[in-house]
Write a protein that binds this ligand. Structure first.
Ligand SMILES: C[S@@+](CC[C@H](N)C(=O)[O-])C[C@H]1O[C@@H](n2cnc3c(N)ncnc32)[C@H](O)[C@@H]1O
Length: 331
């Protein structure tokens, strides 16, 4: 029986990852109306104390994928206040099975996540661990269907995750996800830039001055702390045809550089940047929350129109293993 089930889910992936998303959305898009309370509360710090960090199209497709593939075990690093986890947990709840093993370092964020899982009655589908994922041993680490990475955005951390978990995956149908990454051909803007000089850190007028100052200091300290490992040089592109504004590719972390290097070594059917498929899903209304989010996360397109970046990258674990080996051999 197990063999039959495994074969069926492997067959779903043989069609290629883009087609898998299409099939998943065609079967389950109609359910994503029930998820609107998530983006509507994404910036509500009474619910998500660190605010939700996951974009709307990525969230909907994540939900549909889980409804379609019916994974038994998901490894998530990291949930923060549980925003991305909620898309997954609600899908597992509808599937009536499956478990997310989720690891969060920040105690305040993890407490907020735990409250959310309780309030939205998805406790049975999430096992939340508070602490450093790198210091925690993970039960049966090779048996996950989905490896979900949205944590410290450094090359070192992503390599640790890939080497410690993904390379050991035993399932040939497993999938890998990275967030906060765009394809190199993306052309986007942020904080009214590039160039970025003198632009506000936080334009939301509802946030008090003292909170803004605290956030700005935290951001500067964090940037300094992570500078060496985390920051990748920005490529800035001049306006096209003189009509648009300067843009960049949206990638400024060493994790995103690694992800793009790996994607470049894969066959097109083995990986997908959701930035590239936004036009494939008009029924999911991917632009629905653009204006709402871009007040706080001031992201835009080359005409400075508010735009969520849909910054998820998905690939097959089998392709990732191969690409990782090739990349390391090249060095
Ligand atoms: C980008 S946020 C995750 C956002 C979340 N997925 C969402 O949808 O809102 C990254 C999180 O990684 C956590 N983190 C960083 N390093 C970690 C580690 N070593 N172990 C566990 N969590 C870690 C941070 O505390 C932070 O909450």
């Amino acid at each position: 029986m197990y063999r039959l089930l495994k074969k069926e889910s492997e067959n779903k992936l043989i069609m290629g990852i883009r087609d898998t998303f299409k099939k998943a959305a065609s079967e389950y898009a109609h359910e994503t109306n029930e998820l609107c309370f998530l983006p509507e509360n994404r910036l509500n710090e009474k619910i998500f104390i660190t605010q939700g960090q996951y974009d709307w199209l990525s969230g909907q497709l994540l939900y549909c994928l889980i409804r379609y593939l019916k994974p038994k075990r998901i490894l998530e690093i990291s949930p923060s206040s549980g925003y991305s986890t909620m898309f997954m947990a609600l899908a597992l709840k509808k599937n009536k099975g499956g478990l997310i093993f989720s690891y969060e370092l920040d105690l305040k964020a993890a407490k907020s996540a735990a409250t959310n899982f309780n309030n939205y009655q998805v406790n049975d589908f999430v096992k939340l661990h508070i602490g450093d994922a790198q210091q925690t041993s993970i039960v049966a680490p090779d048996d996950f269907n989905l490896y979900f990475l949205d944590s410290l955005h450094t090359n070192t951390f992503a390599r640790w995750f890939i080497e410690t978990h993904v390379l050991k995956a035993s399932r040939s149908d497993a999938l890998f996800h990275m967030h906060d990454i765009l394809p190199r051909h993306a052309r986007v803007r942020c904080h009214n830039g590039p160039p970025f000089e003198g632009t506000p850190l936080d334009p939301d007028p509802k946030i008090s001055i003292s909170k803004k100052v605290k956030r700005a200091i935290k951001k500067i300290l964090n940037i300094e702390k992570q500078m060496e490992d985390d920051r990748a040089p920005l490529c800035i592109y001049p306006p096209l045809l003189g009509k648009e504004l300067p843009t960049y590719d949206g990638n400024c972390t060493t994790e995103a550089v690694l992800g793009n290097d790996l994607a470049a070594l894969m066959k097109p059917e083995d990986s997908v940047f959701l930035y590239d498929v936004i036009d494939d899903y008009p029924n999911l209304e991917p632009l629905k929350y653009n204006s709402l989010f871009c007040r706080y996360y001031p992201r835009a397109d080359d005409k400075n129109q508010p735009m969520e970046w849909n910054n998820s990258w998905w690939c097959s674990v089998t392709a990732l293993k191969e690409a990782y080996k090739t990349l390391n051999n090249k060095k």
